[in-house]
Design a protein around this ligand. Structure first.
Ligand SMILES: C[S@@+](CC[C@H](N)C(=O)[O-])C[C@H]1O[C@@H](n2cnc3c(N)ncnc32)[C@H](O)[C@@H]1O
Length: 327
């Protein structure tokens, strides 16, 4: 079993092969290992070392793109070697917590201010490191997330959003680096009580909020929010018309959501999709493949997601035209 394979002592077997380290979200190590399959070389807590896959795994909170293993003779030597590689580091403590804290104290402080939405994520590179043993460190100066261990934290609004689900949408829009704005027409499926609708309205977009359940009264009657108090599964894309963004946070079986989105994809009336795929029971890897079969799409586990993934396709028509031109 890959879980039983530690890094240490086997490193020499790995040398020469392009590999990366993948940090699983808490509770989803099995999902990450399943996705990486035979390319898994070893695990260290939630950190999985594997040969670089052809598509990024969805169940990874951060990817260490260029992990290096080195030995250290002391706390100061560990800090010195890390500082020599680059300035900013986030520790990924799996064990040896005290020792990890002592090294961190000797590294430059990384500003840990929560992000104010909408603003861009930090641009300075942030490396990740972990003690594998008392005198061995695994470190990567290059990681996919600019946030420590992929944990993106926002300056929260405890007053206005009707639900905490707004954080999930803030994170999705921050990660994709795009967001709707004034004049954009957004369809929000499974909108109640209105966290996502609130985010979209705040961004200046026009929102069609679809849910049989009510929206928070503070959102009712706002000029740029129109309500469809019906099941999203009964919607006819032709009746809805062209939309710039389709959002969905509906609680339903993932296969049912795939069928619904398939109807909108076939109609060609939507430009961008951001949808939560919620698993009911065990993680359904087959249904994940169904979502990923849509060209140009990706699945990611957000820090604010639970047992769910976020499926994203942007500029679907432009991508289709590029594919057609290439053939
Ligand atoms: C997790 S909540 C959505 C939270 C919302 N995005 C927010 O930010 O407040 C899931 C919603 O899916 C809705 N839902 C379930 N089945 C639905 C259906 N057939 N059509 C529309 N909405 C549905 C539920 O009523 C529920 O409000």
């Amino acid at each position: 079993m890959p879980e039983d394979r530690p890094f240490v002592g086997q490193w020499s077997d790995f040398s020469g092969r392009p590999m990366m380290a993948f940090l699983a979200p808490p509770g989803y190590l099995a999902e990450l290992i399943h996705e990486l399959g035979d390319s898994v070389l070893g695990c260290h807590g939630r950190l999985v070392l594997a040969e670089a896959p052809s598509i990024p795994p969805a169940w990874a909170q951060n990817v260490w793109k260029a992990p290096r293993l080195f030995t250290v003779s002391s706390i100061s030597d560990a800090a010195r070697q890390l500082r020599a590689m680059q300035r900013n580091w986030a520790a990924c403590p799996v064990h040896l917590h005290r020792r990890t804290a002592l090294v961190s104290q000797q590294l430059p402080t990384v500003a840990a201010k929560p992000l104010k939405f909408p603003s861009s994520p930090p641009v300075s590179p942030l490396g990740s490191w972990s003690f594998l043993s008392k005198d061995t460190i695994l470190a990567s100066a290059e990681c996919t997330s600019p946030f420590p261990n992929g944990e993106i934290r926002f300056l929260e609004d405890h007053v206005n959003p009707p639900s905490r689900a707004y954080l999930k949408l803030w994170e999705a829009l921050t990660r994709i680096g795009r967001r709707p704005g004034p004049g954009d027409r957004c369809l929000d499926l499974g909108a109640s009580p209105g966290g996502w609708t609130w985010v979209l309205h705040e961004l200046g977009a026009d929102v069609i909020a679809v849910d049989k359940a009510d929206l928070d009264p503070r959102l009712e009657g706002l000029a740029r929010i129109s309500r469809r108090k019906e099941s999203a599964f009964a919607l006819d894309p032709a009746d809805v018309g062209d939309v710039d963004w389709l959002f969905s946070d509906i609680i339903c079986y993932p296969g049912r959501l795939a069928d619904l989105l398939g109807r909108f994809l076939a109609a060609g009336t939507v430009r961008n999709f951001v949808c939560t795929v919620k698993f009911q029971g065990p993680t359904d890897f087959e249904v994940m493949s169904r979502f990923l079969a849509v060209p140009g799409s990706s699945l990611m586990h957000l820090f604010h997601n639970r047992h769910e993934l976020t499926w994203v396709v942007l500029d679907i028509h432009e991508k289709q035209e590029q594919r057609d031109a290439a053939h």
